[in-house]
Ligand binder design. Structure first.
Ligand code: ADP
Ligand code: MG
Length: 256
């Protein structure tokens, strides 16, 4: 059975997409069968996995509107070693088109049930809002991985997300829980980041992943080459951290 995780945080620019593509590549590297679902109309996870969003014949949009299956609409990225269900601007329209449809928040879940045996992990890169798209991700998932920067308002921002997850858990998806908080873009020289990191650990205990992703320019450069950092420069500190994170996640699965 595939483990299905959303990479979510309602803030933009916190490292969701970077975490999603590099975790996908890290999991593939340690032998896992991975599907990465891009649920953001910006299509950054698609482009960052070597798939041109402007040339998609079918995308997650068609899957949500039930005009294509995931088998039909996903593409295997040879370079990255995982499957991609891509997105582009067309997906922004799905928000409106889904409103009047039945089971509008369960579309992705239903589509994933069909490919459940084909993958070990499904990672869903969510947009930075609680939209119908994010809701489809949260309804389909077993859990949420929350990338966060250790900044002053980090804990405050987390409250909204935790409440959303609680509501979805109570009303729509009893499986849903927080898998863990991933500290990203971490700079140990900054005292405030160390302090916030400690606060996170005391509030959330073992819900904070042991692996810390450092701020690393190679991770930021990789998308312009259409690759996750893990593939673009495997020796970079940030890439190594994501492979470590993939291993930590695989180890945690039996305890979830
Ligand atoms: P989100 O998907 O949450 O909007 P992104 O993953 O696109 O966030 O990241 C926002 C920006 O930060 C991007 O320019 C990305 O390249 C950069 N970035 C993300 N993680 C790191 C990191 N660990 N080190 C350096 N830059 C990073
Ligand atoms: Mg993103």
């Amino acid at each position: 059975m595939a483990k299905i995780f959303c990479v979510a945080n309602q803030k933009g620019g916190v490292g969701k997409t970077t975490s999603a593509v590099n975790l996908a590549a890290g999991l593939a590297k340690v032998g896992q069968r991975v599907l990465l679902v891009d649920l953001d109309p910006q299509g950054n996870a698609t482009m960052g996995s070597g798939v041109d969003k402007r040339q998609l014949e079918l995308s997650v949009y068609d899957v949500l509107l039930e005009s294509a299956s995931i088998q039909e609409a996903s593409i295997f990225s040879e370079k990255c070693g995982y499957h991609v269900l891509g997105a582009n601007r067309e997906l922004a329209g799905a928000e409106v088109e889904l409103v009047d449809l039945e089971r509008r928040d369960q579309r992705l879940k239903a589509a994933l049930e069909v490919v459940d045996k084909d993958f070990d992990f499904v990672l869903i890169d969510c947009p930075p809002s609680l939209s119908m798209l994010t809701l489809n991700g949260l309804c389909a998932a077993h859990g949420v991985i929350v990338p966060m920067q250790c900044e002053y308002f980090a804990l405050e921002g987390l409250t909204d997300l935790v409440n959303t997850i609680k509501q979805v858990h109570a009303n729509l998806n009893p499986d849903l829980k927080i898998i863990g908080l991933l500290r990203v873009m971490f700079d140990p020289r900054i005292t405030l980041q160390q302090q916030v990191s400690e606060q996170l650990k005391s509030h959330f205990g073992d819900k904070v992943f042991n692996t810390v992703i450092p701020r690393n320019v190679r991770l930021a450069e990789a998308p312009s080459y259409g690759l996750p950092g893990v593939v673009f420069d495997p020796s970079a500190k940030g890439s190594q951290a994501f492979v470590e994170f993939a291993k930590e996640l695989v180890q945690r699965i039996p305890t979830l």
